[in-house]
Design a protein around this ligand. Sequence first.
Ligand code: GUN
Length: 296
Amino acid sequence: MTAQIIDGKAFAATVREKVAGHVTRLKEENGITPGLAVVLVGEDPASQVYVRSKGKQTVEVGMNSYEHKLDADTSEEDLLALIDKLNNDPAVHGILVQLPLPGHLNEDLVINSIDPAKDVDGFHISNVGLLGTGQKSMVPCTPLGCLMMLRDHHGSLSGLNAVVIGRSNIVGKPMAQLLLGDSCTVTIAHSRTKDLPEVVRGADIVVAAVGRPEMVPGDWIREGATVIDVGINRIERDGKNKLVGDVDFESASKVAGAITPVPGGVGPMTIACLLANTLTACCRANGLAEPDGLTA
Ligand code: GUN
C-alpha cells in the first residue's frame, strides 16, 4: 500500500480562504474588523520567524495585526499590564503570547491572565476545563488543525482507535480531548508507555507529537492507518539541514492509508487555525453566528 498524502498546505489555504470570506462579510455587513495581538518577549529566533509569519497571514486574510515585541528582560508586571490593556481593548479579539517565555516569567500566570474569550491559543485554564468537559471553548490551534484534517479524510471518527503519542499541554492532551469528543477510543502514549510499538499497532489513527526525529517507524503502523505527524525536527543528514517529523515517512508511507508529510502537513494548519480562532472569538464577542467548519 502507498499512503494517500494529506496535503496540509493546500488544506490550510482553503481554511484561510474561508476565514478571509467571513472577514470580508464582517467588515461589509457589520463594520467589524477582527484583530489579533501577538506578544513576543525576547529574541528567540524560531519564535521571531513564527511571529512574523502570523502577522503576515493575519493581514492577508483582512484582519488587523497588532505586534508587541518586548525586551527579554521585561518584568512580569509590565507584561501583565500589557495583557490587561489588550484584554480591555475592543479592537483586539484574539491575544497570543508566544511561548516559550524567558525563564524569569511564570508562563502559567501569564497565560491565565489573558481574557479566556480572547485566548486564541486555548491555553487558559478555563478553556482547558471547557474542552475537557465538552463545552464550547477556544481550542488549541495545532490539535484543531489535526482534527480538521482527520474529519475531512474520514468523515466520522466515531469508534476509531486513536493513539496520541505525546502528553504536552499544547498538543497531546487537547488532541486526546478532541478525539474523545468525536467518539474515538483514545490512548495517550508517552515516553514511559510499556510496549509502545504494540500500542501504536492497535491504532486506526496515530497522532505523533513528541518532538523526536523519525521515532515512529513504519513497522509500528497498522496497514491502512491514518498518520498525523505533528513533529517539526531540524536534523542534519548527508551534510544538509533537513526538516523531519516524529514519524519515519519513508517506511510509514508504505503501510499507512494516509499520512501528513513534514513539511507541508500539520505545520501550515496551525496558523490557519489561529486565524480561524480569531474569527470565532470576534463573532462570539459581537454576538454573531460562528462560521461553520472552523471550530471543534
Ligand atoms: N510556541 C510553540 N507553539 C506555540 C503555540 O501554539 N502558541 C504559542 N503561543 N506559542 C507557541
